[in-house]
Design a protein around this ligand. Sequence first.
Ligand SMILES: CC(C)(COP(=O)(O)OP(=O)(O)OC[C@H]1O[C@@H](n2cnc3c(N)ncnc32)[C@H](O)[C@@H]1OP(=O)(O)O)[C@@H](O)C(=O)NCCC(=O)NCCS
Length: 181
Amino acid sequence: MIRTIEESQITITQLMLPTNSNFSGKIHGGYILSLMDQIAFACASKHSRNYCVTASVNKVDFLNPIEVGELVTLKASINYTGRTSMVIGVRIESENIQTGEKKHCNSSYFTMVAKDENGENVPVPGIILDTKDKVRRFARSIARQEQAKHRSTAFRTSEFKMELYLESLKGQNAQIETIHY
Ligand SMILES: CC(C)(COP(=O)(O)OP(=O)(O)OC[C@H]1O[C@@H](n2cnc3c(N)ncnc32)[C@H](O)[C@@H]1OP(=O)(O)O)[C@@H](O)C(=O)NCCC(=O)NCCS
């Protein structure tokens, strides 16, 4: 089965309330993460017509702070479909109500996996790629998966060779003392 990307695209706009702020009047990053996960879930579930789970997130950089009283718009769109997994791109913009100034706050990519009623992974419909941007996003998701596969195993507890790194730690904001094993 195949579906268009537009069928599952979702946009939500929400007013940022003081209840979700930290002590300096900015919105908690964790609250924004929760909103992102919800919209990625909604987009993936809409595309697959199944409940989905979050397998991974790549990656979350908070580019600009979000202030209390701003409008935050989250947009979710499916970038990639595998067998049972989907990559959902989530973009966040904040808007100052009085000045209209908009800021790009975050773009992240959520890998979601569709589950059936027994909790088993289930195949998802593919997506139609009919613009250069859609092909670019699909290809970018594959490239990211390849990068993740080849991620170094050098820092696994079992493989970490401390002697190779001690020199590079000099000048860092830490003090190396007698190492206890
Ligand atoms: C993520 C999860 C679905 C993987 O399922 P699995 O049966 O262990 O693994 P599989 O190797 O069959 O992977 C299923 C799909 O997920 C993808 N996947 C698995 N782990 C992944 C990861 N860390 N990052 C990206 N994709 C991943 C696989 O590539 C595969 O995609 P495909 O079917 O499109 O080829 C499973 O580990 C799980 O349910 N985890 C808990 C998720 C959850 O509860 N999230 C909320 C946390 S509070």
